[in-house]
Design a protein around this ligand. Structure first.
Ligand code: NDP
Length: 252
């Protein structure tokens, strides 16, 4: 299946590392003009060295005002990937208010905010759009020491569904002309920097892997391919889904 994003403008958050970086590069390879948003300038420098067509935006998405200012001139966006997230693992009884607030600020509130900015532009221009939120299997399955992370991803799944409900309907008479679709991908463990945080211990990793019918963790490319599918016209009738990229983990 050939996917082209020629003539489209995409914005990817958390594009400095891991899944977000690979998504930004894949979108650029498919012809999109990509804006890469993250908070570490060195990551943006190396990203633009690797792909000179990418437009870098350096901002901490936990900061509402700074995000508003950083994205005010971002221009028309057709494709949005809300990928940035914060994971800080601790047992339930040790969760602190700061960890709770930081996690919800990045994993949920920033998704709401960036999506508002982008979707308002889409609506004002009467243009179509597709938004993919990067959630997790942790949104639907309890994982030890993942209290706050699981809670943020559960909230993100519901945010995805309500966005799909409210942004989907179109006002004009040309079929699909200003429809905005919103979906999420829900991966199992991927051995990025974040994945290594929770799953580097071989014993822990084995217990998790044994629960995945395909018997392996996901590769970054597995997640990127599902994101590209949901962004593309190949999924035109798919809206409001939380797509597991988990080798069957959530079915068991
Ligand atoms: P990484 O930690 O490898 O990359 C996350 C990126 O997001 C980094 O570039 C990071 O920048 C950026 N980011 C984090 N917080 C902010 C912020 N406040 N403002 C701007 N940028 C920020 O994570 P992954 O690639 O593994 O994760 C990507 C997505 O996939 C996340 O939503 C995660 O929850 C989800 N996911 C990951 C899984 C895994 O096992 N890896 C499994 C399931 C879902 P910096 O490094 O500068 O903080």
């Amino acid at each position: 299946m050939q996917i082209s994003f020629e003539g489209k403008r995409a914005l990817v958050t958390g594009a400095g590392k891991g899944i977000g970086r690979a998504t930004a590069l894949a979108l650029a390879r498919c012809g999109a003009e990509v804006t890469a948003v993250t908070r570490t300038q060195a990551d943006l420098d190396s990203l633009t060295q690797e792909c000179s067509s990418v437009t870098p935006v350096c901002v901490d998405l936990a900061d509402w005002e700074a995000t508003e200012a950083a994205l005010q001139d971002v221009g028309p966006i057709h494709l949005l990937v809300n990928n940035a997230a914060y994971a800080n693992l601790q047992p339930f009884l040790e969760v602190t208010p700061d960890q709770f607030d930081q996690s919800f600020s990045v994993n949920v509130k920033a998704v709401l905010h960036v999506s508002q900015i982008v979707a308002r532009g889409m609506k004002a221009r009467g243009s179509r759009g597709s938004i993919v939120n990067v959630s997790s299997q942790a949104s639907q399955c309890a994982l030890r020491d993942h209290t706050v992370y699981c809670a943020t991803k559960g909230a993100l799944d519901m945010l995805t569904k309500v966005m799909a409900l409210e942004l989907g309907p179109h006002q004009c008479f040309v079929l699909c002309c200003d429809q905005i679709r919103v979906n999420s991908v829900n991966p199992t463990v991927v051995m990025t920097e974040m994945g290594r945080l929770g799953w580097s211990d071989p014993e822990k990793a084995k217990v998790m892997m044994d629960r995945i019918p395909l018997g392996r963790f996901a590769e970054v490319e597995d997640v990127v391919n599902s994101i590209l599918f949901l962004l593309s016209d190949k999924s035109n009738m798919t809206n409001g889904v939380t797509l597991p990229v988990d080798g069957g983990f959530l079915t068991c």
